[in-house]
Design a protein around this ligand. Structure first.
Ligand code: ADE
Length: 239
């Protein structure tokens, strides 16, 4: 997959392109990662990327031309089918299903805004989709773009080792994850649940599924509403 970001702070993206699972995917060439800074597409002495809003009001708005040219530079380097996404609290909510959908794309261009936002005409002319990562306001789209990049990359074939499959992720089955434990068996008086030491794989599987169901029901009942339970899940939830 090819990913390009358009941002005034491209260095921030080192957090995903240079570290951990996502950094390894980039290092192995499973993902190419590029960035384009709108400030490089200005022609005035001050390299101005923002201006005062028409109609008045606080804050500044990002000008259309530098952003449009940065997007054009990104498009020129990527497959022509690149999907262009703008991150903002006004977007539709990003979730696991959207991560799976975006993981099918050949190339993505993620546009991160700053200030009060970008000139609306950029959204009309260049943006395929506007995404939000949640109902709160960040100081810029970079962190949101990194959330999307991380969630998408881990769904690409070959990125997670088989011992840590994306299929095992919380949400892959529409449920929250079960609890996890490692050594020691007892720590400060707290013991690991016996069943996990039993070696009985079927009992362990059922215990984990029951834990996942119970947590989901308690913490995120909305997830269960959008999902039909199997006979076994109904049985475990009733126990
Ligand atoms: N930019 C600022 N806040 C954001 C959010 N919640 N989601 C996506 N982009 C944003």
């Amino acid at each position: 997959m090819q990913i390009a970001v358009v941002s005034l702070f491209p260095e921030m993206f080192g957090a995903v392109s240079e570290h951990g699972v996502t950094g390894r995917a980039v290092g192995q060439g499973l993902v190419t990662f590029g960035h384009h800074n709108p400030r490089d597409y200005t022609d005035d002495r001050h390299r101005t990327v923002d201006d005062r809003p028409f109609g008045g009001g606080p804050g500044m708005v990002m000008k259309i031309a530098p952003l449009q040219q940065a997007i054009a530079a990104a498009r020129a380097q990527l497959a022509p089918v690149a999907r262009v996404i703008y991150l903002s609290p006004q977007g539709t909510r990003f979730d696991h299903a959207k991560a799976l959908e975006l993981a099918q794309a050949q190339s993505l261009i993620l546009v991160a805004g700053r200030y009060e936002g970008v000139d609306e005409r950029l959204l009309e002319s260049e943006i395929d989709e506007e995404l939000s990562i949640g109902d709160y306001v960040l100081s810029g789209g970079e962190l949101a773009a990194m959330v999307v990049v991380d969630a998408v990359i881990r769904q690409l074939p070959g990125v997670l080792g088989h011992e840590l499959s994306a299929l095992e992720d919380s949400f892959a089955d529409g449920l929250l994850d079960c609890p996890h434990y490692t050594r020691p068996e007892v720590y400060q008086g707290r013991a690991v649940p016996d069943v996990l030491l039993s070696g009985d794989h079927e009992r362990i599987r059922r215990w984990r599924l029951k834990q996942a169901l119970g947590r989901t029901q308690q913490r995120r009942p909305d997830l269960l509403e959008g999902r039909t339970l199997t006979a076994e899940e109904q049985e475990l939830l009733a126990l």
